[in-house]
Ligand binder design. Sequence first.
Ligand SMILES: Nc1ncnc2c1ncn2[C@@H]1O[C@H](COP(=O)(O)OP(=O)(O)O)[C@@H](O)[C@H]1O
Ligand SMILES: [Mg+2]
Length: 484
Amino acid sequence: MIPLSLADIAAVVDGQQSDIPDPDALVTGPVVIDSREVAHGSLFAAFAGERADGHDFARSAVEAGAVAVLATRPVGVPAVVVDDVTRALGALARHTVERLGTQVVALTGSAGKTSTKDLIAQLLERLGPTVWTPGSLNNEIGLPLTALRAEEGTRHLVLEMGARGVGHIRYLTQLTPPRIGVVLNVGTAHIGEFGGREQIALAKGELVEALPPAAPGGDGAAGGDGGGVAVLNADDPFVRAMSERTRARVLLFGEAQNAHVRAENVRLTDSGQPSFTLQTPTGCGDVTMRLYGEHHVSNALAAAAVAHELGMPAGDIATALSAAGSLSRWRMEVTERADGVTVVNDAYNANPESTRAALRALAAMGRGRRTWAVLGEMAELGDESLAEHDAVGRLAVRLNVSKLVAVGGQEAVWLDMGAKNEGSWGEESVHVSDAEAAVELLRSELRPGDVVLVKASRSVGLERVADALTEPGTNEGEVAARWV
Ligand SMILES: Nc1ncnc2c1ncn2[C@@H]1O[C@H](COP(=O)(O)OP(=O)(O)O)[C@@H](O)[C@H]1O
Ligand SMILES: [Mg+2]
């Protein structure tokens, strides 16, 4: 982070200095919430979690090199004591962003935030030093922690913003006010929790409400006129309608004819990778992505729109999109096994839109091969749950997937029934009770050349299946990634 003295920090967060011998001592290192990640010069933010209380690790954090602790009570080592550590992190983030004057690009949507954020980061890095959200750390803790990674010279800050309800995104935009705001889609992720698609649109649209006005006389020319820019998905009616909720200039992306940044001649290669011609207001270029699944076309266009806005020529954007890889795990992560089995691990999360996209990618990748869809519950769909699971089961049949393995409880039964009711499927669709049973089945039935897609909501933990079929993976830190 930018160097700040403990006195400065106490002033910014409106906190009390406690056990601080030298108020001029400088925090220079990363701000962390896990004492094991403390580096020399760190600030350790203590949170009380369900199992452990960070305050108990204050001393070891300081011994490991932390300059001080951000805490809610004195801890016997140098600390800045506040009422609310989350709010204090937010205040520090805001201070940092204001001091640095970094371009903040924020994005939200129901599905594809992390994938798109990783694409934007890989494009903007080519323009200058860029800091972005690691993994999915998109909530009221993860977002400020990311912003605090910015340093003198950081030109772009690319931030994923998640929400579990109305008001959450507004809060995040107050911490790191964006100049460019991207809304990807309004889907059904967590629709039960939000209480309907209109509510999701209301929540996600808070991002564009927070943008500054368009620059006076701004003509929409690329290069950044300093005013606010709302980058909106022209193909999603809920997102498009957000044009009415912003004072910023609107830049539309999508396959719609009147989008400013468009994809033409979209197709999936035989390996399931999208290929298209990118059209921007200033030129065009051919893209063949390294990522899998047609849903990445929309994500790529959103990223292209941001890069265009920041002055990148279309040809360069196309080159960068074609080179961009996957930075976050378990999102259509493809592993080729030595025996010729291909495992597609998309177990990070699932909702109806992303499951359909993944199934279509599986179908493209599996041309001439045996394909397996190992699917589990898509969580939090409320009243739509039965219909959505049934529809996905049916789609698997229509796409000619060779085998469906539905894993888990009632929702998996609906998947299985949908498949069985759709066609002549009998043996092709099976229901198993848990991940272990799925692994057992696959181990005995997989043959060289098969392609296996593994996908379900996070809570189902189907990465265990993908891991068992490939190699043990690692868990991503989840504490700061609780929102969608
Ligand atoms: N534009 C999109 N539309 C639908 N599904 C998508 C899209 N982009 C990614 N996905 C899928 O959604 C899931 C979550 O992707 P991710 O990029 O982590 O999104 P988020 O951060 O919004 O949760 C993955 O399974 C991915 O394959
Ligand atoms: Mg995410």
